[in-house]
Design a protein around this ligand. Structure first.
Ligand code: GRG
Length: 302
């Protein structure tokens, strides 16, 4: 199977499951369902669900549909984070996924609640799943809540938020470099790690968890460096948002290391991640797709 087909198939599956799940809610009010589905249906590459499916299928003989509830959950958590990130109190962006941001359409208050709804329901879709076995549910929830919560993405976002204007302050170079890695690790890499770790756990391959985490951490970092580069040199239409890092005086790889060095770091992380994959046993077809996915994350065709 070609990677494009694999991604499309993953997108279709996850979109269908999230829409079905939200539409079916009887006591949820129409406004919150509309606001949640607006951001879900605004596009989005579904990178995290695709990585979860790939890791699962690489390490087991199962198929995507077995774990669709976990894949839907991680996309719901991701979409919540984007809605909140775009709010005036955070990045104050008008465009996301090429469309007006949630708060531009529904107002700030409803956008906060749409994010809250997606986050909370993500844990409900897992806990009420008829497909994930009971023992595994606890493990999946533990990983997702740890990587998305205050030990993970929320702290990355917090430091990112308060780092605005940091470049103007007198922090030492070493402190800034540490702060930058902290942001990239937690804001971005943690959710990529959660996707692959959950795929690995659901495949019943705890023995491979360390290697899968390392692989995911490297591609997660590389993905964020690529995003920093795109914010500066990317085609606004293609990336579906206006570059706002410079405007917000953000500490990014590009602002700290410059474009050339950022590209070098991205390449190094990519090649290290591929070496980790090479040491793992699994279905060859999926290993190949995972490698292609790693290239795609940094915006390169293989
Ligand atoms: C609000 C707690 C909280 C966290 C927000 C995801 C995030 C953290 C902020 C968004 C800004 C940003 C550049 C984050 C880095 C991760 C990243 C590149 C997100 C965009 O993910 P994609 O490219 O987006 O997968 P799509 O739209 O394709 O889903």
């Amino acid at each position: 199977m070609r990677l494009e087909e694999y991604i499309q198939d993953s997108q279709t599956l996850v979109n269908k499951r999230i829409n079905e799940y939200i539409n079916k809610k009887e006591s949820a009010c129409k406004l919150i369902k509309d606001a949640m589905l607006y951001s879900i249906n605004c596009g989005g590459k579904r990178i995290r669900p695709t990585l979860m499916f790939l890791t699962y299928e690489f390490l087991s003989t199962g198929k995507k549909t077995d774990i669709v509830d976990a894949a839907a959950a991680i996309e719901m958590v991701h979409t919540y984070s984007l809605i909140h990130d775009d709010l005036p109190a955070m990045d104050n962006d008008d465009l996301r996924r090429g469309k007006p941001t949630n708060h531009k359409v529904f107002g700030d208050g409803v956008a906060v609640l749409a994010g809250d709804g997606l986050l909370t329901d993500a844990f409900h879709i897992i806990s009420s799943s008829k497909k994930i076995n009971e023992e595994k549910k606890g493990m999946v929830i533990e990983i997702l809540s740890r990587r998305a919560g205050s030990s993970g993405m929320v702290s990355g976002q917090t430091i990112d938020l308060v780092s605005e204007g940091t470049l103007l302050k007198k922090n030492s170079k070493k402190e800034l470099a540490e702060q930058l890695d902290y942001i990239h690790q937690h804001k971005t890499a943690d959710m990529i790690m959660a996707a692959c770790e959950i795929g690995c756990i659901l495949a019943d391959k705890e023995k491979d968890l360390r290697s899968i985490s390392d692989f995911a951490q490297k591609i997660g970092f590389a993905f964020q460096i690529a995003d920093d580069i795109l914010d500066v040199i990317g085609d606004k239409k293609k990336i579906g948002k206006n570059g706002s890092d410079k405007k917000n005086n953000k500490l990014t790889y590009v602002s700290f290391y410059g474009i050339e060095k950022s590209k070098e770091l991205e390449e190094k992380l990519l090649s290290e991640s591929l070496k980790i994959l090479d040491m793992l046993d699994g279905r060859d077809e999926h290993k190949k797709l995972m490698k292609e996915m790693a290239y795609l994350l940094i915006g390169r065709d293989r």
